[in-house]
Design a binder for this molecule. Structure first.
Ligand code: EPZ
Length: 421
């Protein structure tokens, strides 16, 4: 397992290109299964999760080729309808194949996701959605076994905003007979990107960028080409790194419209930003860091996927701040590791109370999940001395060469491959 050795203390400076969005790609790839033909996803990031999804859809019979950032998927010969435990356990997003397989082939067998670094992360809303469209669902030996002659349009009202269940339901409803209405649909940019792709494939989805979607079912879809949106979480992570190191950076190929909430919080913290449509510059060289409270919420609110990184920033900011996660009530496995670096954070229910400290001291810390590992890398950038971040395979799931990007901005991170822990 790889680890990072980070020499802290360098201010970041320079320009960097943001990669395509992991959470868009992980929905666009299963969507390609809906058409008996070839689709092309542009600006696709090279991530472990993307390779995991390539393995899964190839197992189902899709032919994938990945040249540069162009991922081509030919879904003409799908012959398997099962997402095995090994795939779903490794990556929860594997459940996204449920909707497309059920919609196009009338059957799907998908493992329940099993445990996660934080959780529980149930899939009951995915299952309820398919039932509402008329699917017969059995849960047997840890698998969801779904069957449907032809899905029928229905109205589904989600009690809470759910990215995954919105995406799965969209991919099922596009081939259902009749009209489906999704009330309280997720408005995440990744879902908007999925809707754009499905409509380019011939689907009829109305209400894009709103929380009420109307889908008129069609009989078949054709392959299409889609531009994957930039990764707003990678972008916000890099901006936060610039603030922590009191640097000056510019992000290219990012959609500033997807970053307004993190940007507002970074400005509250004292950073100076200049915002163009597809690039953001930040100057934190003269910053007088201010502590800023955050409560996560569905888009366009502050993303839960930036909660860990924000705690890192606040741990070296004078004053006391409260970071509340309203989406995942226990997503704090990074906190004990940050405290080992000298941070002063206490957890109270679903909030972290962060008392800023003058400095962090480098030591060994363990990644536990994707965004937790990002928060530890950010802390290592400013900690005195050396910080070893272990098990960076978590990081590689969702950041394309993060250490290369940070080193190109002046950080000093060494990747050590094959370390013992
Ligand atoms: C997506 O996960 C993202 N993953 C997550 O990003 C992100 O944290 C999350 O949305 C919230 O924004 C991908 O897009 C691949 P949800 P998802 O359904 O779809 C509960 C990362 O770091 N819920 O919006 O699984 C759930 O427990 C990852 O990139 C149910 O109760 O999230 C949570 O509390 C981590 N039943 C809330 O809803 C269900 O059937 C939101 O979950 C489904 C979800």
């Amino acid at each position: 397992m790889d680890k990072f050795i980070i020499h802290g203390g360098n201010a970041l400076s320079g320009k960097i290109q943001v990669s395509g969005a992991k959470n868009a790609t992980l929905a666009l790839m299963p969507a390609a299964l809906l058409a008996s033909g070839t689709s092309k996803l542009l600006n696709t990031p090279r991530l472990n999760d993307v390779h995991t999804m390539i393995k899964l859809i190839s197992h189902l019979g899709a032919e994938c080729s990945f040249e540069g950032d162009e991922l081509t998927i030919n879904a003409s010969n799908i012959s398997q309808f099962e997402a095995p435990y090994e795939a779903v356990k490794k990556m929860r997003a594997s459940i996204y194949v449920l909707g497309p397989l059920l919609a196009r082939f009338g059957e799907a067998k998908v493992s329940l996701p099993g445990g996660c670094a934080w959780g529980p992360r149930p899939v009951d809303l995915h299952i309820q959605s398919m039932k509402r469209l008329g699917a017969q669902i059995e849960i047997e030996n840890g698998y969801i076994i779904a069957k449907a002659k032809r899905l029928k349009g229905a109205t589904i009202s989600f009690d809470r905003s759910t990215v995954g269940a919105t995406g799965n339901l969209l991919m099922a409803a596009v081939l259902a007979k009749g009209t489906t209405i999704i009330n309280n649909a997720s408005m995440e940019p990744e879902i908007t990107n999925l809707i754009e792709f499905l409509n380019m494939m011939g689907a009829k989805i109305f209400g894009i960028n709103s929380s009420i979607l109307e889908i008129e079912g069609v009989d078949e879809l054709t392959g299409a080409q889609i531009d994957t949106i930039p990764d707003r979480i990678e972008a916000a992570t890099l901006l936060t790194a610039a603030v922590m190191t009191k640097g000056i950076i510019t992000l290219d190929n990012c959609s500033s419209i997807h970053l307004l909430s993190p940007i507002a919080k970074l400005e509250d913290a004292g950073a100076v930003l200049s915002i163009q449509k597809n690039s953001v510059s930040i100057d934190a060289s003269q910053i007088d860091l201010q502590s800023v409270d955050v409560a996560t919420s569905p888009f366009p609110g502050f993303p839960t996927d930036m909660q860990a990184q924000w705690i890192s920033l606040m741990s070296v900011t004078p004053g006391v701040s409260t970071i509340t996660d309203t989406i995942y009530l226990d997503r704090f496995s990074h906190v004990p590791e940050l405290n080992r670096l000298g941070a002063n954070i206490t957890i109270k229910e679903n909030s972290a109370i962060v008392r800023g400290v003058a400095k962090l001291n480098g030591t060994k810390v363990m990644s536990t999940d994707l965004r937790a590992s990002a928060s530890l890398v950010l802390a290592g950038l400013v900690a005195t001395g050396l910080t070893e971040v272990l098990r960076v395979y978590h990081l590689d799931r969702g950041y394309e060469g993060l250490e290369k990007k940070l080193n190109s901005l002046g950080a000093n991170i060494e990747r050590v491959t094959g370390s013992e822990y």
